[in-house]
Design a protein around this ligand. Structure first.
Ligand code: RB5
Length: 147
């Protein structure tokens, strides 16, 4: 596995970020770790912007963002042009946001989702290809909103 992934969290997502980082490193992913590097308080919009810019500048194709609920960091990420950030809660939502939305950022809530479910979502999100077809037209319509 040689995919390069950016991953970031605020303080509330830090514990889950550690679990995801260890897991993906073990699987051979190359990671750019950003945001909180311990439990010290930091602001999720800043982390969301920094991580999403790794996608828009072409450094990585996909990213993972974690805050307490996953909501704030996904709202912030979706303000960045070209970002389709999906707050997922299970493997089904992680699978379908890749198949239908071509989501490029997986968001999770560190105070909501346990490590077992989170790691399952991460696998599905990183391994599922976009279906294209009629879904491409809809993704294009989302992109039109940015203009
Ligand atoms: C931090 O306390 C918390 O507000 C943040 O992690 C996130 O849940 C916001 O949506």
């Amino acid at each position: 596995m040689s995919m390069k992934i950016a991953i970031g969290s605020d303080h509330a997502g830090y514990g889950l970020k550690r679990e995801v980082v260890d897991y993906l490193k073990e699987k051979g992913y190359e990671l750019i770790e950003m945001g909180c590097m311990d439990g010290t308080s930091c602001d999720y919009p800043v982390v969301a912007k920094e991580v999403c810019e790794k996608i828009t500048d072409g450094t990585v194709e996909k990213a993972i963002l974690i805050c307490g609920t996953g909501i704030g960091i996904s709202i912030a990420a979706n303000k960045v042009k070209g970002i389709r950030a999906a707050l997922c809660t299970d493997a089904y939502t992680a699978k379908y946001t890749r198949l239908h939305n071509d989501a490029n950022v997986l968001c999770m809530g560190g105070r909501v989702t346990g490590a077992g479910v989170a790691l399952e979502m991460v696998d599905v999100f990183l391994e599922t290809e976009f279906e294209g077809g009629r879904h491409q037209r809809r993704v294009d319509l989302i992109t039109d909103i940015e203009k």
